[in-house]
Ligand binder design. Structure first.
Ligand SMILES: NC(=O)c1ccc[n+]([C@@H]2O[C@H](COP(=O)([O-])OP(=O)(O)OC[C@H]3O[C@@H](n4cnc5c(N)ncnc54)[C@H](O)[C@@H]3O)[C@@H](O)[C@H]2O)c1
Length: 390
């Protein structure tokens, strides 16, 4: 079993280290910040202890897992690793610097990987002497719990490496999907309308935040409504992702951020963590009630789902990922109640097309343009999946 190196021991690095050590690998974790490294060690210990308390693992197993985690100060420790995964600050120059230094210290067959959420894998790999061994391995937060891992080959990545990494990720008990090196990969691209269209509906005054959240959870089956979720993620993080995806798509209006969220971010109303976002989390603050008008709720759900489905179909149209991986990604990465393509079949592709064309007709905005694949499939009377006739 290969030894694995992790660079960066923050939220992601420490979680990934725990996952990989639990799967039986020796793991070497490095951080330039000694305190962060010690904290990571303590966090992993505490996390394993919780699993013991829940009787998921025994005390002996917890100790054995922890004994495989080595906190290191020098990159030399990675000389024996078969894979080194970077999870440091989201800054291209800093990441490139790390890989420049790292490559001379690791063996020639060591796989190099980045956990970046928003940078292109090609741009990080470009500084390597052997960029063909570079790949994206994108975990979701918290890495110990979320099952999905996006595997992202860059243009430079050698043939076959994605499949090898996919098998490795599977052996860690995770669900890997393969995606093209395009902005947001699968999840952070396809999920944009969950936030963006919900905010648009709010901005137009069609419904308030609790009503939209109610429609999406009660009628749509989502675990959290968009406004509760954005408050949970934090408007600093969620707004920045939206802005970065928008810029990376050469300012495609489909991904345009909203002033509503930007102002919350600017005001420091970051959500739960600051006590205020779309909702007020101060103790005793009155919680606004949703308007449980079912017709209104269904209109809201239909509009947001149609926009999500359109994103998923367009990602398929542009070969960002396979049908199966698109479905898995949204169910395992963001806990959607159903795969979006399956949902499209269930609603009827004609209905989805009519909803989107209706929005385009009303607004004449490019964000409502329909994926050519949806139009083509409707024309040909196709569905995404085969169903047994009842
Ligand atoms: N937090 C998330 O939800 C999430 C999800 C998926 C992917 N990611 C990606 O994972 C990466 C890390 O995110 P995070 O949330 O764990 O960040 P974090 O800020 O919690 O941790 C980053 C760690 O990297 C260390 N570091 C910075 N520069 C370094 C260097 N040159 N050498 C060694 N260590 C260095 C810092 O000291 C810090 O401990 C980013 O690329 C981020 O985009 C984050």
């Amino acid at each position: 079993m290969i030894a694995v190196g992790i660079i960066g021991s923050g939220a992601m690095g420490s979680g990934i280290a725990q996952v990989v050590a639990t799967a039986g690998h020796e793991v070497y974790v490095l951080d330039k910040n000694g305190e962060a490294l010690l904290r990571a060690g303590q966090n992993i210990k505490a996390s394993l202890k919780k699993l013991v308390a829940k009787e998921k693992i025994t005390d002996a197993q917890s100790e054995e897992i922890y004994s495989r985690i080595h906190l290191v100060k020098e990159m030399n420790a990675f000389a024996k690793c078969g894979l080194v995964l970077e999870a440091i600050v989201e800054d291209l120059q800093v990441k490139q610097e790390v890989f420049r230094e790292l490559e001379s210290l690791v063996s020639a067959d060591c796989i190099l990987a980045s956990n970046t959420s928003s940078l292109s894998i090609a741009s990080i790999a470009s500084v390597c002497k052997q960029p063909e061994r570079f790949i994206g391995i994108h975990f979701f937060n918290p890495a110990t719990i979320m099952q999905l891992v996006e595997v992202i080959p860059a243009v430079q990545t050698r043939e076959g490496l994605s499949e090898e990494v996919k098998e490795l990720v599977k052996s860690w008990g995770k669900v890997p999907v393969i995606t093209k090196d395009t902005p947001g990969f699968i999840v952070n691209r396809v999920a944009r309308p969950f936030y963006g269209e919900a905010i648009r509906i709010l901005e137009e005054g069609i419904a308030d935040a609790p009503t939209i959240d109610w429609a999406m959870t009660e009628l749509g089956g989502f675990k959290m409504g968009p406004f509760t979720l954005m408050d949970f993620i934090g408007h600093d993080v969620n707004y920045r992702v939206t802005e970065s995806v928008f810029a990376s798509f050469f300012y495609d209006p489909r991904y345009k951020p909203s002033f509503t969220q930007k102002r919350l971010f600017e005001a420091g109303y970051l959500g739960r963590k600051t006590g205020r976002g779309f909702y007020n989390y101060a103790e005793g603050a009155p919680q606004p009630e949703p308007n449980k008008d079912e017709e209104l709720g269904r209109q809201i759900l239909n509009r947001i789902i149609a926009m999500l489905i359109n994103e998923a179909i367009d990602a398929l149209h542009l070969n960002v990922a396979s049908k199966e991986d698109l479905e898995l990604a949204m169910m395992k990465g963001v806990n959607y109640p159903k795969g979006l393509l399956w949902w499209a079949d269930e609603l009827g592709l004609q209905h989805v097309l009519d909803t989107l064309d209706g929005l385009y007709e009303e607004y004449h905005e490019d964000r409502y343009r329909t994926s050519p694949l949806l139009r083509k499939m409707v024309k040909n009377g196709q569905t995404f999946f085969q169903y047994e006739k009842a």
